[in-house]
Design a protein around this ligand. Structure first.
Ligand code: SF4
Length: 231
């Protein structure tokens, strides 16, 4: 069990959030509007795959499921990198079980540019950290990543994508990721529940899906049941 991009971002907001994801995920309550936003983001990401024309997608599912097979995806990605595929989508990498799937890698003369797609009208600080985590994994896997971009949505259908260069800032997170990824790895595996007092981290930068559980504002059984029904 390693750390994914989502694990890392959630664990950096609050280690207990990550611990609960791994040990008590049925306690989470995802607000319907958040779920809608996540679904819309998936559609936007699917459309963005073709923004540079033909592409190869690395997604591989475990047989009979819609669960990505990370190992198979990483192997497929390695094959396409070796043969110099021009545009690789969902390019997957594993580094000591830590994982990322980069939305788009686009070949350059000497390496690859990395595009992270976000269904948002603007670039938020969290997006750049998220790209920084993926850069860390690719860097450790010896992928020659050159520039890093966040793709946000444009004003209309005529210009659906806006490309924002965040190379310097995203690459500056290399040490920050390295300083935290191994502690989060250890913490998520511990048997006892991680202890932390609720505080600012419960709503910043995002409202936590375990808010009701930690604050005791709602019967945990009700919350768990609601999430179960939505899954
Ligand atoms: S509600 Fe607050 S303390 Fe509880 S897991 Fe979420 S962020 Fe952490």
């Amino acid at each position: 069990m390693g750390i994914t991009k989502t694990d890392f971002m959630r664990g950096m907001q609050c280690p207990k959030m990550l611990w609960l994801d791994k040990h008590k995920p049925r306690l989470k309550v995802i607000p319907p509007e958040t779920q809608q936003r996540l679904d819309a983001g998936n559609d936007f990401g699917d459309r963005a795959m073709a923004m540079f024309g033909d592409y190869e997608e690395m997604t591989v599912y475990r047989p009979g499921t819609t669960v990505p097979d990370k190992k198979a995806m990483a192997e497929k990605t390695a094959e396409h990198l070796a043969k110099g595929t021009a545009v690789i989508c969902e390019a997957a990498f594993l580094y000591y079980n830590n994982y990322c799937a980069a939305d788009i890698l686009r070949k350059t003369e000497t390496g690859y540019d990395f595009y992270e797609v976000k269904n948002s009208p603007e670039v938020h600080a969290q997006f750049i950290k998220d790209a920084g985590f993926q850069y860390y994994i690719m860097n450790r896997c010896r992928v020659p990543v050159e520039r890093i971009f966040i793709v946000t949505h444009g004003p209309d259908e005529e210009s659906p994508f806006v490309i924002n260069d965040v190379t310097a800032e995203a690459k500056s997170y290399l040490k920050w990721v390295n300083d935290n990824i191994w502690n989060l790895n250890r913490m998520q595996k511990q048997a006892e529940e991680y202890k932390i007092e609720p505080g600012e981290q419960c709503t910043k930068p995002y409202e936590c899906w375990y808010y009701a559980y930690c604050h005791g504002t709602r019967a945990v059984e009700d919350a768990a049941e609601e999430t179960f029904l939505r899954d």
